[in-house]
Design a protein. Sequence first.
Lengths: 92, 92
Amino acid sequence: MSLAQIRYFVAVAEERNVGRAARKLRIAQPPISRQIRSLEDELGSPLFARTPRGMDLLPAGELFLDHARKILAAVELATSAVRRTPSDPRDP
Amino acid sequence: MSLAQIRYFVAVAEERNVGRAARKLRIAQPPISRQIRSLEDELGSPLFARTPRGMDLLPAGELFLDHARKILAAVELATSAVRRTPSDPRDP
DNA sequence: TGAGGTTACGCCTATCGTAATAATG
DNA sequence: CATTATTACGATAGGCGTAACCTCA
């Protein structure tokens, strides 16, 4: 599992559509489609139901979405916390 | 920032030594050394003081260690939560 | 047949490991 | 001089984009 996969997943879950998620993230659709499938494989259960209209979150997906947002928030927090605490006061 | 970088960082912080962290993670030292530096570059401040005996956590490193553990715990939790909730009851 | 997701395929970057190099008490 | 971290460098794997393909109402 990678942070990119988690970000792609959240985008698709929010847009309920791979194409819109791709435009939002400014990358092409196939990478997102592949990474979502890879994530599902790793987790051992599908997160979305594929429909002709887009992607519908399954219960497992709803559950993972909650955790995914927490992971990304923790990463943001870690980053900003360290950026606010330089080792050398002259550095920034 | 990647989850691998965070795992490498935690291992070095715990071992206070790149070589021991490498053996623990079963990879070579250089990848760890490089990823730690890359992480420090991205965060904009050093996390360790390099000594001839190993690596000493700086204050920024102590701070980041706390966050890093939370991120990894959140990833573990997300994984196990989904693994316990198969979409298909027959799946396991 | 149209909207959307997926597969195939080639390129390019990132990461690894081995070996050589530097730094320091 | 022994221990530890780093740099150089070649090989490999993983990720992206374009283009072609599939699926379903």
